[in-house]
Design a protein around this ligand. Structure first.
Ligand code: AQP
Length: 325
């Protein structure tokens, strides 16, 4: 199976990104051909600081490596270094219904969030994502729930292309984790944990112990005292239980029994200790990698060359089918 996934260099990678996406990548790379990249071209669709951009890309690369992406097993690179992504994006635009783009939940949310500078990039975001996936003819895309709709649209685009120009692309499947596909914000458990909602709403993989404790202890919880999983009535506690379960490997039922009759603050203290310990190896590896900038840049260059070979072959086929050569 060829597996493909990516993350934007828009800020600190949080435990939502980790549990929803990266954790699956690490398992998948053992038995599959994996392609992981930093989608810098997607992240310029919302306001960003060009002066900080390369630093953010390097930080994201460090996150991938610290979390366990193995560049000897997986192809690992920066999206803009392989120009075929944008080239295919333009070509796929001619088989993408505008109505489908306007229906995307992410577009609707981001167009509200950035209504003062709403550019076509936010609307076209899913076409570039379809190009990312189809360029490598990936079979499976491990993502969090928020991106599943975009993979669905990729299948539509692949189908429409095949109908019009002849069988070229397969339809990739979405791989969602059984639990953790949608980790919620610490400050508003009805919204997903998100980089762009600011550092108080998430725990970064690299947060220091004091920050983790402060954020967990002040996470929004619900009325009542019971530590019970009920996402509708108790979204705050339920979200914390999911995080606890995924980092400890203990089923939610076992946690409910263990914390039965204990206070929210006892539970939160225990969760912050668990997170401090679980995230310690990431903090340590990051510190080591910060001293190896040249190695990281070389690794990304090698990855881009490997990706380019596949991308160029697909583009030749696509252009030929479309009558462009
Ligand atoms: N809260 C989440 N729970 C589970 N999975 C999540 N993902 C994102 N948030 C959660 C998954 O992480 C991967 C990388 O995401 P991205 O960098 O492409 O950006 P995103 O989905 O837009 O994530 P953010 O944190 O919300 O970033 P901003 O605020 O910059 O838009 C994807 O597989 C995603 O599903």
């Amino acid at each position: 199976m060829r597996v493909l996934s990516a993350i934007q260099p828009t800020g600190a990678i949080h435990i939502g990104n980790y549990l929803g996406a990266i954790k699956q990548w690490i398992d998948l790379q053992e038995k599959n051909e994996c392609i992981f990249f930093i989608c810098d071209l997607h992240s310029i669709t919302i306001p960003y600081d060009p002066k900080e951009f390369q630093k953010n890309i390097l930080e994201t690369a460090i996150t991938y490596l610290a979390a366990g992406v193995n560049p000897e097993k997986s192809i690992f690179f920066v999206q803009s270094k392989v120009k075929e992504h944008t080239e295919l994006c333009w070509l796929l635009g001619s088989v993408t219904p505008v109505g489908d783009l306007l229906r995307m939940t992410q577009y609707k949310e981001k167009s509200k969030q950035f209504k003062k500078n709403l550019d076509a990039g936010i609307l076209n975001y899913p076409i570039l994502m379809a190009a990312d996936i189809l360029l490598y003819k990936a079979n499976a895309v491990p993502v969090g729930e928020d991106q599943a709709q975009h993979v669905e649209l990729t299948r539509t685009i692949a189908r429409k292309f095949n109908q019009r120009f002849g069988k070229t692309f397969n339809e990739p499947k979405t791989i969602l984790p059984k639990m953790g596909a949608r980790i919620m914000s610490l400050t508003n458990p009805k919204k997903k944990m998100s980089k762009s909602m600011g550092p108080q709403n998430y725990i970064s993989l690299f947060d220091e112990p004091e920050e983790i404790e402060k954020k967990v202890m002040s996470a929004i919880t619900d009325s009542g005292k019971e530590i019970k999983y009920n996402p509708v009535k108790k979204p705050g506690i339920s979200n914390l239980l999911v995080i606890y379960s995924l980092f400890s490997g203990k089923p939610i039922k076992e946690l409910e029994n263990f914390f039965n009759g204990k206070s929210y603050s006892f539970f939160k203290k225990s969760l912050s200790e668990l997170l401090i310990n679980s995230l310690e190896p990431f903090r340590r590896k990051r510190k080591e990698l910060l001293l190896r900038e040249t190695y990281i840049k070389e690794t990304l260059n090698i990855g881009a060359k490997r990706a380019e070979t596949i991308a160029q072959s697909t583009m030749e086929e696509v252009k030929s089918k479309m009558g462009l050569v």
